[in-house]
Write a protein that binds this ligand. Sequence first.
Ligand code: NOJ
Length: 511
Amino acid sequence: MYNSMKRSSWYENTVFYEIYVPSFCDGNGDGTGDLKGVISRIPYLRRLGISGIWLTPFYPSPRVDNGYDISDYRDVDPAFGTLADFDMLLQKAHQAGIRVILDMVLNHTSDHHPWFRESRSSAHSPYRDYYLWEKEIPCNWESFFDGNAWEYDDTAGMYYYHAFSKKQVCLNWSCLQVRRECAEILRFWLDRGVDGFRLDVINFLKTDRSAFGFDNPVENGVMRHIYDKNQKGIYDAIKEISNVVHAYPGKYLLGEIGEDDLYLIKSYVGEGLLDSAFQFNLGSMEKLDVAYVAEQLRRMEAEGVYPTLFFSSHDMRRHFNRLCGKDLVKAELLAVFLLTAKGIPFLYQGEEIPMEDLPVESPRDLRDIQGRYGYEKKLAEGEGEEAAFLYARERSRDYARGMVDWEREKYEDSLVCAYRKLLDIRKSHLSLCMGEYGEIRQQGGLLYYQRIWEKEKIGVYLCFGEGSLTVPYTDVLYEVKDEKGRIRGILRYEQESSWCGAYSLEPSSSE
Ligand code: NOJ
């Protein structure tokens, strides 16, 4: 069922779709997402034209961080279904030509995990060394969710380290047995037939206890996380994971590297390491800045990066709000970009219909642990409720986590047809999957690039500003028009000339 190999590896040719399981689709009527709900949407996803799914955690968990706090790595949380449902999902997805990668959280476990219960119970427990215990707080490290990263445990009479909430306890990756256990967990899912993994915050693994000897610098009250990630030994740990996964032919290993530095991100990708990493340098930009986009495309080219392309995920505001200001034309232009620029697109559930950010208007709306922590921290520091809420709202990741409203698919302003058509064009044009860039140009709100594969040359003209395009209207594969009928985006076969030759792109004087 899979498309024929175009680039050398299937994943380089795949358009992935992130499914945040708790809010994607409710299959049993209890108001939250589950695996049966995912199964029921496979025909939709197939029709949309994506060819890979990234499933966020569905394992048993107290769900303090919506599943990123796993208490059993080899099962399905009853709220989401059963292992039989998972097997069915995998089978149905594969039959539809859709590959499935799982989110795997190897940096930390839930404090409810039996390993942690055992570990805290006695200094002589064989599990004691699975986590990072210290008699005294050794350094000033803060959690990425706010507050001290060291928590005192009464039972153990010691402090343990947690990079996220205190209920997400970091594993000790210098412990050989931890590494063996994690390898077995990966094999468990590979044996069931999954196509790969998205490794959660994988550069945060604690591979070097000697780093506890160093305080992180604090600038203007903000901690710079220097010693608590990218530790000595991290590449060896990732190599081990890679060996386990790649012993199964054709599996894909994608890493979440919590960094903006392209050079550092790239250092984790390559033979024997990860197959790819998320490029937050582009994906998480705060506002639509076309010059910045062009600059990042050029930088990624210069670094030889084959990027992942995304603008939304469960951890950030939806780009329909954040980058487009709910402007449908801009959303369509960004869809063209995601599906025609060089890289592996990761669409986020519902961006195609297009879902909007969930409103977060009062402390009651703060469900995400990061938002709630922030709120409590500020109140404890003596801030008023309003100030605490404003602080917490900025940190909360509730916005993009609302239940997908599938009724929106039928709305007049749904973008779904545009996504379908673009995915279709992508499939039948090798240059859009495996082509190199020709020119990359930007002028004000205008972005232009060419994708070239053998004799096929496609030009992509995207006008994010107020102007419109005056490009010879021939050989057009796709166009984006605004409500006034002006052409704002074009995908066309290019002949000899290009942007600075025969075509003129005329922004309005306000550009
Ligand atoms: C990254 C995940 O995307 C995020 O949702 C989670 O809170 C942290 N890792 C901790 O697991």
